[in-house]
Design a protein around this ligand. Structure first.
Ligand code: ADP
Ligand code: MG
Length: 624
């Protein structure tokens, strides 16, 4: 399978000589390394600041561009990292308390303290503010950015607004890094290491889960992702990168005061990430470079232009950001990458080892009750969306839930998949009461689902989207992914995804961005994604909508095959011909109440159904 994707990744060849992205990256690093010794001091200083800023922007790319959470407050975390080490290295009380340690060890204690403080504060802030939706989260980040900034300026032991001076240079194994050129090697090494590790992270099971966050919680949770915990982790990661940058900054600058950690700078970091391309790791480097160069120029020019000094560049940044985003909504990196592709740069083929074995679910025997709703009622204020609905879906059957728009079908789906709890009544999945449990618990117990309004990661390939469905069948976490210790499992997850893609007739689209497919096909991608989780029960909300006749037939054949394999399928569908030909049993909802239940033949004969609203439909579609 990996050979398959590899081959496809390299197509689109032209006469231009081709060079892989990896070769280009290595070339860039070697060039930087070779030039490092001979570049003028001025350039080294600039590159050091670019490196420090890029570290922070890298965290923001993960947080904002990939995880979908906006933060204006990253500068405060840089400050935490800087102040922690500054205090440890300069405070007499610390020197007294740690008198047993050599002086050269103090910066490392400072680093440990800075990272620990940052973790604790980011965790606390994240737990409180990441629950906030919409515009509240960015506002909260402004609030904490301001608070930490004023805290730095007002704590006497941190030197107030004058700050702390006399911070010693770093030294590693007796080597002093007092020279900015020497410290710069560390800065850039850490930055490139971070890019590499995060690149690996994103290209893994854990990375797919992070990307899924951006599409909202509903979809990610249904794939088994604990979104609340994951959001906090991504937030802590971004904060740690900022604190690391602050630590390096303190030992480069050798003094700290609150100014570089204020809200302005927090906004600048966001500029870097967004202008560079907030969905792309290298966009952080591009953005940091552009903003650094621009700031240089503007700080020279603007005061001359206005005839007075001030932070005018922030105004220009704001205007420029608007202009850039008008033209390049995704930032500049994708444009640069497109140029590179045209010049013959191709992605390095994905090389994966032999797949490991994935855990397999033994399906319950045919006839087993998979999901059972007992007199489930759902009220929205005064509206009764579901009134005492009872329904069972058994292994090896297709059960259809039909009814006109607004009958309460989607509401019912939400209650039997953990999205929402019933007001009254109970839902049992494989015999277990599920009240109060999140969707991911339903997924873990064998429920796979699709959505009425398709929820895919539109820019990611079909393969990637379907592999997300197998999330719960993998175990490898962040560390394993960052250091490439997950490759056997990843190969297995992708192989499983490819199997489901082929089975659903999507093989030729495996590498297509899911959002580029017609809507009907996207629905099939959702089915493949659900199947990758090896469910015992499949919930499909209008899977045939938008499909052409032949595609509907293929879908019916697939569902029939799944039924014969022992899956239970609950389907909401408006196409009566499709439903009547496929379903073993049908439940009819009207105004939230079950008005009929039985085989397709029974339901079609039921006077209440005919009379209530289905008469016309059945006369046309069901008679066939
Ligand atoms: P269907 O999927 O059968 O078209 P729904 O389950 O979406 O129907 O809706 C059933 C009824 O419940 C509708 O009247 C709808 O307006 C209402 N409803 C659904 N969700 C909510 C909600 N979150 N808040 C208030 N009313 C809702
Ligand atoms: Mg609906």
């Amino acid at each position: 399978m990996s050979a398959d994707t590899t081959a496809r990744a390299g197509t689109g060849a032209s006469a231009t000589p081709r060079v892989s992205q990896r070769a280009l990256t290595i070339g860039f690093v070697l060039l930087l390394a070779a030039a490092w010794g001979v570049l003028p001091d001025f350039t080294i200083t600039l590159l050091n600041y670019i490196g420090l800023h890029a570290l922070v922007a890298l965290g923001l790319v993960m947080l904002t561009g990939i995880g979908g959470m906006t933060s204006f407050g990253q500068a405060a975390f840089v400050g935490l990292g800087a102040y922690a080490t500054a205090w440890v290295c300069t405070a007499p009380e610390v020197a007294a308390a740690l008198s047993g340690l050599p002086a050269a060890a103090l910066p490392w204690v400072g680093l440990a303290l800075g990272l620990a403080l940052t973790l604790a504060i980011a965790w606390g802030l994240g737990a409180v503010t990441l629950r906030l939706g919409g515009h509240y989260l960015p506002l909260a980040t402004i609030a904490w950015g301001l608070s930490l900034y004023f805290l730095f300026g007002n704590l006497a032991f941190l030197g107030g607004h004058t700050g702390l001076t006399g911070i010693p240079p770093l030294s590693v194994g007796g080597w002093s890094l007092a020279d900015p050129r020497a410290l710069g090697v560390v800065i850039w090494a850490l930055l490139l290491l971070a890019v590499w590790a995060l690149h690996n992270l994103l290209d893994s099971r854990a990375g797919r889960a992070i990307r899924a966050l951006k599409g909202g919680r509903l979809m990610a949770e249904s794939m088994g992702v604990d979104t609340a915990a994951l959001r906090i982790r991504v937030f802590m990661l971004a904060a740690l990168l900022a604190a690391l940058s602050g630590w390096l900054y303190a030992h480069l600058q050798r003094f700290v005061n609150p100014t570089p950690f204020n809200l302005n700078i927090g906004i600048e970091y966001l500029f870097m990430a967004v202008v560079g391309g907030s969905g792309h790791l290298w966009g952080a480097l591009l953005g940091a470079t552009l903003i650094a160069l621009l700031k240089e120029q503007l700080q020279d020019w603007l005061p001359k232009l206005f005839g007075m000094s001030g932070n005018f560049e922030i105004i220009v940044f704001g205007l420029l950001m608007m202009l850039v985003l008008q033209r390049y909504a995704e930032g500049l990196w994708p444009t640069l990458a497109a140029w590179a592709r045209r010049a013959g740069v191709v992605p390095a083929p994905r090389r994966l080892p032999a797949p490991a074995a994935l855990p397999a679910r033994t399906l319950p025997p045919a006839g087993t009750v998979l999901i059972e709703a007992r007199e489930v009622t759902k009220r929205f204020g005064g509206l009764v969306a579901n009134a005492q609905v009872s329904l069972q879906v058994r292994a090896g059957e297709v059960h259809a839930l039909i009814g006109p728009n607004g009958a309460g079908k989607s509401t019912f789906f939400n209650m039997i998949s953990g999205v929402d709890d019933p007001t009254e009544g109970e839902v049992r999945l494989l015999g277990e009461p599920m009240t109060g449990r999140p969707s991911r618990d339903f997924a873990a117990r064998g429920l796979g689902r699709t959505f009425q309004h398709v929820r895919l990661m539109g820019q990611r390939s079909v393969l990637d989207n379907v592999a997300l469905g197998a999330h719960l069948r993998g175990r490898k976490g962040w560390w394993a992914s960052m250091f490439r210790l997950d490759r056997h499992e990843e190969a297995a997850l992708l192989a499983e995804a490819m199997r489901q893609i082929e089975r659903c007739g999507l093989a030729e689209h495996a590498d297509t961005p899911a959002g580029a497919l017609p809507l009907g096909k996207q629905r099939i991608v959702e089915i493949a994604r659900a199947l990758a989780g090896q469910p015992a029960l499949l919930l499909l909300d209008e899977p045939a909508a938008g499909l052409r006749h032949l595609e509907k037939q293929a879908l019916a054949a697939l569902l029939d095959q799944l039924r014969r394999e022992g899956l239970g399928i609950l389907i909401v569908e408006h196409d009566m011909e499709f439903v009547m030909n496929l379903a073993d049993r049908i439940t009819v909802l009207d105004f939230g109440t079950v008005i009929a239940h039985g085989t397709p033949a029974e339901v079609q004969r039921d006077p209440r159904v005919l009379q209530a609203y289905l008469g016309d439909d059945l006369a046309v579609g069901g008679a066939a």
